[in-house]
Design a protein around this ligand. Structure first.
Ligand code: ZN
Length: 266
């Protein structure tokens, strides 16, 4: 029996790679298409990869699209605050209900990552185009499989500690920089039924998303974050039906989806 390919959506804000000549020269097809190409190349038939950007209606992330998505990859930088809270809440709900989320580089300040972490997610920062070494600190972790130790990135902006996130459940990579700074650059979390992987390398001013090693890390992250059941709709009767010793009074299965309320008071 053929197994359905994991349905992956690569979301990028597509602002600098549209409007900034320097970034457009590096990513003429847009960062979303470059990241998606890397996943197609490495995951082959195991993946069905599509893209969405900020400029589409509902940012290309309607409920129907998200219901079909098993892993969402997120890159943002300039336009975090332009992402509608309705969409953020929808993505959060899908993560809590089992969708995987891979958060890249400057998306540490995205509304969805801040919402899921519950902290400011700020970093120490300096942009001096310097070498970054990405050290594997969990060699047995599936995301580290096939990754050189360390990854050497010749020119990168510096993200350093303190990185204001909750303690990661698993730490896969730690980066070091010429200035002596260190950074938790590959972090794993779970929220509800969903898995979240944050990976910091991926500056828009460098062609890092064409780099085979960086592509491999992202592909490994997507594979790790994919829900373990073949369907995107993880939270359903078959999952909670097994827990028949547990019955919230007055509520019969299927349980209603996890309720979320993340938007700050207006
Ligand atoms: Zn950057």
């Amino acid at each position: 029996m053929a197994v359905a390919a994991c349905r992956i959506k690569v979301w990028c804000e597509n602002v600098q790679d549209r409007e900034d000549e320097k970034v457009r020269a590096i990513y003429p097809d847009g960062m979303h298409n470059t990241i998606a190409d890397g996943l197609r190349e490495l995951l082959g038939e195991a993946a069905s990869v599509s893209t969405a950007t900020l400029h589409e209606p509902e940012h290309g992330l309607t409920q129907a699209v998200l219901d079909e998505t098993e892993v969402l990859v997120w890159w943002g930088h300039f336009a975090h605050e332009d992402v509608e809270w309705d969409v953020v809440e929808r993505v959060q709900s899908r993560v809590l209900n089992g969708m995987g989320l891979v958060v890249l580089h400057s998306a540490h300040l995205s509304r969805i990552f801040r919402t899921l972490m519950g902290t400011s997610c700020h970093v120490n920062w300096r942009d001096d185009d310097e070498e970054e070494l990405v050290w594997t600190v969990a060699p047995g972790h599936p995301i580290a499989e096939g990754i050189p130790h360390p990854i050497v990135i010749p020119e990168q902006e510096m993200y350093g500690e303190f990185f204001d996130i909750p303690a990661p459940e698993e730490l896969v990579f730690v980066s070091s920089f010429r200035g002596g700074e260190v950074f938790r650059s590959g972090c794993c979390f779970t929220r509800g039924l969903g898995r979240i992987f944050y990976f910091s390398p991926g500056h828009e001013m460098a062609p890092l998303y064409f780099d085979p090693v960086i592509r491999r890390v992202i592909a490994n992250g997507v594979t790790w974050a994919a829900p373990s059941t073949p369907s995107g709709a993880v939270r359903d009767d078959s999952y909670y039906g097994e827990l028949d010793w547990f019955r919230p009074s007055g509520v019969a299965p299927p349980w209603p989806p996890v309720e979320t309320r993340v938007r700050p008071p207006q």
